[in-house]
Write a protein that binds this ligand. Structure first.
Ligand SMILES: [Zn+2]
Length: 376
């Protein structure tokens, strides 16, 4: 159905993702051209017909009955990667069954003290090459390996939300040192991935603060290998740098924050789930570069303290380690990147990931413009 301009309808709220189509329209010259290659935004209107018996409840739950009667959704797609997100603002307010509003997260975390990671020397297997110690972390082998080399990086603090900038830097540095050590022993293994699942909601099976490092041979891990393929295809088709241009598009529609020279934070226009951030360095930069590492540390602290995120997934993407001249040249255009996503209230009973996220298009309720605003 035809939908009137969002700004006419939304009154005071002129800055949200629902207005993305107008923002894109307003771009001119090369910025517009670039955006047309990397962002499609389509606003869809929908209507519902609530029975009178439901009106009171709808008003209390969703703010007004009209908000439920007439709805507006925006579908954003990146045609170069086919990543896509459905922004459905009303869904954030969906009622959720189950207990736990007001449940005490700190108490829940404290109750697990004494877990295996509180004494990693006896609580985790060692690796054949032994443990690596950072200033505030120590490595162990993941008891259930997911690749030939798979470590847990155990923090010195039990509380997974007790991190600070120093700890984040330590994780990056220790992870990299671990990967280099493993590769020296197994030169084929060059695909390094650092991930961090904070709390059970994000898939963390142990509460104690920890990250994981993986190193494998052959193809890189699926999602980053997909990026490599898309970068190569984009270069062939448009003679352009996909990642650099994607950052530029976010900048041109007001969704970026410059963190340091050559390091940009963007609120992703096609997030996998709520409040996804991408931290993007420059091609050739190491993920341990102080500019990138410090930007990541500040971002994570702000994610926790300013946005209030409690459970998150984080992944550090980078090209394979070392200089293999036979590898796909597209890797050279891929900078270190961090993807960071909010997994929601740790006490919420329904999972945030459903069939749409796994097999359709992710549905997101939060607005990347709110996120950018809160982090500026
Ligand atoms: Zn512990």
């Amino acid at each position: 159905m035809a939908v009137p301009a969002a700004s006419a309808q939304l009154g005071a709220r002129l800055t949200g993702v629902l207005e993305l189509p107008e923002r894109l329209e307003a771009l001119i010259g090369p910025m517009r051209e670039r955006a047309s290659r990397l962002v499609e935004a389509r606003v869809v209107g929908g209507r519902t017909v609530p029975p009178p018996e439901l009106e009171e409840w709808l008003a209390a739950t969703f703010g007004s009955v009209d908000a439920v009667r007439e709805q507006r959704i925006v579908k954003v797609t990146n045609p170069a990667t086919l990543e896509s997100t459905i922004f459905a603002p009303l869904r954030v307010r969906r009622p959720i069954d189950g207990p736990a509003r007001g449940a005490d997260l700190s108490a829940e975390i404290a109750a697990t003290e004494g877990d295996p990671f509180c004494h990693p020397e006896t609580g985790t297997p060692a690796e054949p090459l032994g443990r690596l110690r950072g200033a505030r972390v120590v490595t162990g082998a993941n008891a259930a390996l997911a690749d030939a080399h798979h470590a847990v990086i155990v923090f010195d603090t039990h509380d997974p939300l007790g991190f600070d900038a120093e700890l984040v830097l330590d994780v990056l540095e220790t992870g990299r040192a671990w990967a280099e050590r493993a590769r020296a022993d197994d030169p084929e293994a060059a695909n390094y991935l650092l991930v961090w699942n904070c709390l059970w909601r994000a898939g963390g099976s142990i509460v104690h603060g920890h990250a994981q490092a993986l190193l494998g041979a052959g193809r890189h891990y699926e999602q980053i290998d997909r990026l490599r393929r898309d970068v190569a295809a984009y270069a062939a088709r448009h003679d352009g740098d996909l990642v650099e241009e994607l950052v530029a598009v976010h900048r041109s529609v007001g969704l970026s924050i410059e963190m340091a020279d050559g390091v940009t934070l963007v609120a992703n226009l096609t997030p996998r789930k709520e409040r996804e951030l991408l931290l993007v360095g420059s091609a050739g930069m190491e993920e341990t570069d102080p500019r990138f590492a410090d930007a990541l540390a500040r971002t994570l602290v702000a994610y926790r303290d300013r946005i209030g995120v409690r459970s998150f997934n984080l992944a550090v993407w980078r090209p394979p380690l070392g200089a293999d001249t036979t590898r796909d040249a597209a890797w050279d255009a891929i900078p270190p990147m961090v993807r960071l996503v909010d997994r929601g209230d740790p006490f919420s009973r329904p999972s945030d990931i459903g069939a749409m996220e796994l097999y359709g298009t992710p549905i997101v309720g939060s607005d990347p413009y709110d996120l950018t605003e809160a982090l500026r």
